[in-house]
Design a protein around this ligand. Structure first.
Ligand SMILES: Cc1cc2nc3c(=O)[nH]c(=O)nc-3n(C[C@H](O)[C@H](O)[C@H](O)COP(=O)(O)OP(=O)(O)OC[C@H]3O[C@@H](n4cnc5c(N)ncnc54)[C@H](O)[C@@H]3O)c2cc1C
Length: 175
Protein backbone atom coordinates (compact mmCIF):
# COMPACT_ATOMS: atom_id res chain seq x y z
CA UNK A 1 0.00 0.00 0.00
CA UNK A 2 1.28 3.51 -0.79
CA UNK A 3 1.40 6.33 1.71
CA UNK A 4 -1.53 8.70 1.91
CA UNK A 5 -2.51 11.88 3.66
CA UNK A 6 -5.05 10.13 5.85
CA UNK A 7 -4.38 9.18 9.48
CA UNK A 8 -2.51 5.91 10.15
CA UNK A 9 -5.66 4.06 11.12
CA UNK A 10 -7.39 4.88 7.84
CA UNK A 11 -4.26 4.13 5.81
CA UNK A 12 -4.21 0.46 6.80
CA UNK A 13 -7.79 0.20 5.57
CA UNK A 14 -6.83 1.47 2.13
CA UNK A 15 -8.03 -1.00 -0.53
CA UNK A 16 -5.36 -0.30 -3.15
CA UNK A 17 -2.57 2.03 -4.24
CA UNK A 18 -3.25 5.72 -3.73
CA UNK A 19 -4.67 7.40 -6.80
CA UNK A 20 -5.84 4.12 -8.35
CA UNK A 21 -9.22 3.92 -6.67
CA UNK A 22 -11.08 4.22 -9.97
CA UNK A 23 -9.28 1.21 -11.46
CA UNK A 24 -9.89 -0.80 -8.26
CA UNK A 25 -13.58 0.04 -8.58
CA UNK A 26 -13.67 -0.90 -12.28
CA UNK A 27 -11.99 -4.26 -11.59
CA UNK A 28 -14.48 -4.90 -8.81
CA UNK A 29 -17.34 -4.22 -11.20
CA UNK A 30 -16.23 -7.13 -13.39
CA UNK A 31 -16.94 -9.53 -10.52
CA UNK A 32 -20.03 -7.66 -9.33
CA UNK A 33 -21.55 -7.99 -12.81
CA UNK A 34 -21.09 -11.76 -12.80
CA UNK A 35 -22.64 -11.97 -9.34
CA UNK A 36 -25.58 -9.82 -10.40
CA UNK A 37 -26.37 -11.90 -13.45
CA UNK A 38 -26.05 -15.08 -11.39
CA UNK A 39 -28.98 -13.75 -9.36
CA UNK A 40 -30.88 -13.29 -12.61
CA UNK A 41 -30.11 -16.85 -13.69
CA UNK A 42 -31.37 -18.16 -10.35
CA UNK A 43 -34.63 -16.25 -10.73
CA UNK A 44 -34.99 -17.36 -14.36
CA UNK A 45 -34.53 -21.01 -13.36
CA UNK A 46 -37.10 -20.71 -10.58
CA UNK A 47 -39.60 -19.11 -12.96
CA UNK A 48 -38.85 -21.83 -15.54
CA UNK A 49 -39.54 -24.58 -12.97
CA UNK A 50 -42.86 -23.02 -12.03
CA UNK A 51 -43.92 -22.50 -15.64
CA UNK A 52 -43.02 -26.01 -16.83
CA UNK A 53 -44.78 -27.62 -13.86
CA UNK A 54 -47.80 -25.44 -14.52
CA UNK A 55 -47.80 -26.34 -18.24
CA UNK A 56 -47.99 -30.01 -17.29
CA UNK A 57 -50.87 -29.45 -14.87
CA UNK A 58 -53.08 -26.70 -16.30
CA UNK A 59 -55.72 -28.03 -18.66
CA UNK A 60 -57.47 -26.03 -21.37
CA UNK A 61 -59.50 -27.37 -24.28
CA UNK A 62 -59.35 -30.82 -22.71
CA UNK A 63 -55.58 -31.18 -22.44
CA UNK A 64 -52.57 -29.85 -20.52
CA UNK A 65 -51.41 -26.54 -22.04
CA UNK A 66 -47.92 -28.10 -22.33
CA UNK A 67 -49.30 -30.17 -25.24
CA UNK A 68 -49.74 -27.01 -27.31
CA UNK A 69 -46.76 -26.38 -29.57
CA UNK A 70 -46.82 -22.64 -28.89
CA UNK A 71 -46.21 -23.40 -25.21
CA UNK A 72 -43.51 -25.95 -26.10
CA UNK A 73 -41.78 -23.32 -28.22
CA UNK A 74 -41.67 -20.91 -25.28
CA UNK A 75 -40.29 -23.61 -22.98
CA UNK A 76 -37.65 -24.57 -25.53
CA UNK A 77 -36.47 -20.97 -26.05
CA UNK A 78 -36.43 -20.38 -22.29
CA UNK A 79 -34.28 -23.50 -21.80
CA UNK A 80 -31.84 -22.30 -24.50
CA UNK A 81 -31.51 -18.91 -22.82
CA UNK A 82 -30.90 -20.47 -19.40
CA UNK A 83 -28.25 -22.76 -20.90
CA UNK A 84 -26.57 -19.81 -22.67
CA UNK A 85 -26.58 -17.69 -19.53
CA UNK A 86 -25.08 -20.43 -17.38
CA UNK A 87 -22.38 -21.17 -19.92
CA UNK A 88 -21.39 -17.50 -20.22
CA UNK A 89 -21.12 -16.99 -16.48
CA UNK A 90 -19.36 -20.28 -15.81
CA UNK A 91 -16.82 -19.57 -18.55
CA UNK A 92 -16.12 -16.10 -17.16
CA UNK A 93 -15.83 -17.46 -13.61
CA UNK A 94 -13.40 -20.13 -14.83
CA UNK A 95 -11.28 -17.50 -16.59
CA UNK A 96 -11.23 -15.28 -13.50
CA UNK A 97 -10.22 -18.22 -11.32
CA UNK A 98 -7.35 -18.91 -13.74
CA UNK A 99 -6.08 -15.35 -13.63
CA UNK A 100 -7.40 -14.28 -17.04
CA UNK A 101 -9.03 -10.94 -17.78
CA UNK A 102 -12.83 -10.96 -17.71
CA UNK A 103 -13.32 -7.35 -18.70
CA UNK A 104 -15.01 -8.33 -21.97
CA UNK A 105 -16.64 -11.53 -20.70
CA UNK A 106 -18.34 -9.80 -17.78
CA UNK A 107 -19.69 -7.01 -20.00
CA UNK A 108 -20.99 -9.53 -22.57
CA UNK A 109 -22.51 -11.69 -19.83
CA UNK A 110 -24.14 -8.67 -18.15
CA UNK A 111 -25.55 -7.40 -21.43
CA UNK A 112 -26.92 -10.79 -22.48
CA UNK A 113 -28.04 -12.26 -19.17
CA UNK A 114 -29.78 -9.11 -17.86
CA UNK A 115 -32.04 -9.19 -20.91
CA UNK A 116 -32.34 -12.96 -21.27
CA UNK A 117 -33.25 -13.54 -17.61
CA UNK A 118 -36.03 -10.98 -17.90
CA UNK A 119 -37.27 -12.58 -21.14
CA UNK A 120 -37.38 -16.03 -19.49
CA UNK A 121 -39.36 -14.72 -16.52
CA UNK A 122 -41.66 -12.74 -18.80
CA UNK A 123 -42.43 -15.90 -20.82
CA UNK A 124 -42.93 -17.86 -17.59
CA UNK A 125 -45.56 -15.29 -16.63
CA UNK A 126 -47.17 -15.71 -20.06
CA UNK A 127 -47.38 -19.49 -19.63
CA UNK A 128 -49.04 -19.06 -16.24
CA UNK A 129 -51.58 -16.64 -17.68
CA UNK A 130 -53.53 -14.44 -15.26
CA UNK A 131 -52.26 -16.41 -12.26
CA UNK A 132 -48.67 -15.48 -13.13
CA UNK A 133 -49.49 -11.79 -12.88
CA UNK A 134 -50.96 -12.03 -9.38
CA UNK A 135 -49.08 -11.67 -6.12
CA UNK A 136 -50.08 -15.28 -5.35
CA UNK A 137 -47.31 -16.29 -7.71
CA UNK A 138 -43.57 -15.62 -7.13
CA UNK A 139 -43.09 -14.99 -10.84
CA UNK A 140 -44.76 -11.57 -10.60
CA UNK A 141 -42.25 -10.54 -7.92
CA UNK A 142 -39.28 -11.88 -9.89
CA UNK A 143 -40.55 -10.12 -13.03
CA UNK A 144 -40.05 -6.78 -11.30
CA UNK A 145 -36.92 -7.75 -9.33
CA UNK A 146 -34.97 -9.07 -12.32
CA UNK A 147 -35.64 -5.94 -14.37
CA UNK A 148 -33.17 -3.98 -12.26
CA UNK A 149 -30.32 -6.03 -13.74
CA UNK A 150 -30.53 -4.00 -16.94
CA UNK A 151 -29.78 -0.88 -14.88
CA UNK A 152 -27.77 -1.65 -11.72
CA UNK A 153 -24.06 -2.50 -11.90
CA UNK A 154 -23.83 -0.70 -15.25
CA UNK A 155 -26.71 -0.31 -17.69
CA UNK A 156 -27.22 -2.29 -20.89
CA UNK A 157 -26.04 0.71 -22.85
CA UNK A 158 -22.81 1.01 -20.86
CA UNK A 159 -22.14 -2.73 -21.37
CA UNK A 160 -22.31 -2.10 -25.12
CA UNK A 161 -19.88 0.75 -24.67
CA UNK A 162 -17.40 -1.44 -22.73
CA UNK A 163 -17.72 -4.55 -24.91
CA UNK A 164 -17.90 -2.83 -28.30
CA UNK A 165 -14.89 -0.65 -27.58
CA UNK A 166 -12.84 -3.61 -26.28
CA UNK A 167 -13.63 -5.86 -29.26
CA UNK A 168 -12.68 -3.13 -31.74
CA UNK A 169 -9.49 -2.37 -29.81
CA UNK A 170 -8.47 -6.05 -29.69
CA UNK A 171 -8.98 -6.44 -33.44
CA UNK A 172 -6.96 -3.30 -34.12
CA UNK A 173 -4.11 -4.60 -31.96
CA UNK A 174 -4.05 -7.85 -33.96
CA UNK A 175 -3.42 -5.80 -37.11
C1 LIG B 1 -32.14 -1.72 -7.90
C2 LIG B 1 -30.91 -0.87 -8.06
C3 LIG B 1 -29.84 -1.07 -7.21
C4 LIG B 1 -28.70 -0.27 -7.31
N1 LIG B 1 -27.67 -0.50 -6.45
C5 LIG B 1 -26.62 0.33 -6.47
C6 LIG B 1 -25.54 0.17 -5.53
O1 LIG B 1 -25.57 -0.72 -4.71
N2 LIG B 1 -24.50 1.04 -5.57
C7 LIG B 1 -24.47 2.05 -6.49
O2 LIG B 1 -23.50 2.81 -6.49
N3 LIG B 1 -25.45 2.20 -7.40
C8 LIG B 1 -26.53 1.37 -7.40
N4 LIG B 1 -27.54 1.56 -8.32
C9 LIG B 1 -27.45 2.68 -9.24
C10 LIG B 1 -27.09 2.23 -10.65
O3 LIG B 1 -25.72 1.86 -10.72
C11 LIG B 1 -27.43 3.39 -11.59
O4 LIG B 1 -28.84 3.59 -11.56
C12 LIG B 1 -26.94 3.11 -13.00
O5 LIG B 1 -25.54 3.09 -13.07
C13 LIG B 1 -27.48 4.14 -14.00
O6 LIG B 1 -27.20 5.43 -13.57
P1 LIG B 1 -28.39 6.50 -13.53
O7 LIG B 1 -29.53 5.90 -12.80
O8 LIG B 1 -27.80 7.76 -13.03
O9 LIG B 1 -28.84 6.64 -15.03
P2 LIG B 1 -28.19 7.60 -16.12
O10 LIG B 1 -26.71 7.52 -16.09
O11 LIG B 1 -28.83 8.95 -16.01
O12 LIG B 1 -28.70 6.88 -17.45
C14 LIG B 1 -30.01 7.05 -17.97
C15 LIG B 1 -30.06 6.33 -19.30
O13 LIG B 1 -29.11 6.91 -20.20
C16 LIG B 1 -28.22 5.91 -20.67
N5 LIG B 1 -26.87 6.43 -20.84
C17 LIG B 1 -26.12 7.10 -19.95
N6 LIG B 1 -24.91 7.35 -20.44
C18 LIG B 1 -24.89 6.82 -21.70
C19 LIG B 1 -23.93 6.74 -22.74
N7 LIG B 1 -22.70 7.24 -22.60
N8 LIG B 1 -24.26 6.12 -23.89
C20 LIG B 1 -25.50 5.59 -24.04
N9 LIG B 1 -26.46 5.62 -23.12
C21 LIG B 1 -26.15 6.23 -21.96
C22 LIG B 1 -28.24 4.83 -19.58
O14 LIG B 1 -27.80 3.58 -20.09
C23 LIG B 1 -29.71 4.85 -19.19
O15 LIG B 1 -30.45 4.11 -20.12
C24 LIG B 1 -28.66 0.75 -8.27
C25 LIG B 1 -29.73 0.93 -9.17
C26 LIG B 1 -30.84 0.12 -9.07
C27 LIG B 1 -32.00 0.32 -10.04
Amino acid sequence: MGTCRMGEREEKDQLGPEGEGFMVLMKNFEIERLMLVSMGIGMAKAAFDDAVNYANEREQFGQPIGKFQLIQEKITDMAIKIENMQNMVLKAAWKKQNGESVQLDSALAKRYCAQASFEVIDEAMQIMGGLGYTQECRISRMWRDVRHLRIAGGTDEIMVHIAGRKILKDYKARG
